[in-house]
Design a binder for this molecule. Sequence first.
Ligand SMILES: CC(C)(COP(=O)(O)OP(=O)(O)OC[C@H]1O[C@@H](n2cnc3c(N)ncnc32)[C@H](O)[C@@H]1OP(=O)(O)O)[C@@H](O)C(=O)NCCC(=O)NCCS
Length: 181
Amino acid sequence: MAMRRRWEIKQPDELHVLQSAQMQAISWIGAYLGEAGNPRNLEIVDAGQAFLKPERLKQREALYLASANDPAQHMRVATNHNDRVLGLLYGTQTPNQQELQSLYVDPEYFGTGVAIDLVEDFIDWSDPERPIELSVVDDNYRAQAFYRRMGFTAVEAPPRPVKAFGKVFKHLYEIDMVREV
Ligand SMILES: CC(C)(COP(=O)(O)OP(=O)(O)OC[C@H]1O[C@@H](n2cnc3c(N)ncnc32)[C@H](O)[C@@H]1OP(=O)(O)O)[C@@H](O)C(=O)NCCC(=O)NCCS
């Protein structure tokens, strides 16, 4: 007998706003916080807390609602039977680029297949005639290993400072990866 899936992949709505922001904050801090004394820790914690600011929650809610009616945006959460958010993926298409913008999984669900299902669902949605691009922090080796398994390869270029959430990070650098057609 086939094993029943323990999660569902779906478009989020206003009920998922706070929980997905909390999950993303924890996943972000877990991925990027360095050893004690690492100069980047302050900006990582600041950015992690910023996920929970009221204005950012409002923006998130607006994005969840707008993306539901926009065929160029793919916003999905993985939820369990209690509607708890286990993972989040956001991808977009523009005339120039098809991009996986963000992917976060609850650390309790690392290695369970939630991330695989979110990315496979995104690949199913994407245009198979065009590459899929993404950026990933240069020392986020877990994410890079995961993306390699999903068919992405690193683009040869020097890492550049991460620009995200309206700021340029001083101590966080990213590289690009691409999943060719
Ligand atoms: C990136 C992410 C979505 C991947 O999901 P996941 O469930 O952890 O992925 P998996 O466990 O299926 O795969 C991780 C791979 O990294 C490997 N890995 C784990 N730790 C590693 C490390 N420190 N260095 C190198 N590889 C590592 C695992 O062995 C596994 O590879 P394998 O299956 O070939 O053995 C998830 O880890 C996450 O949400 N991370 C925090 C947020 C983040 O980094 N998002 C991506 C931003 S672009």
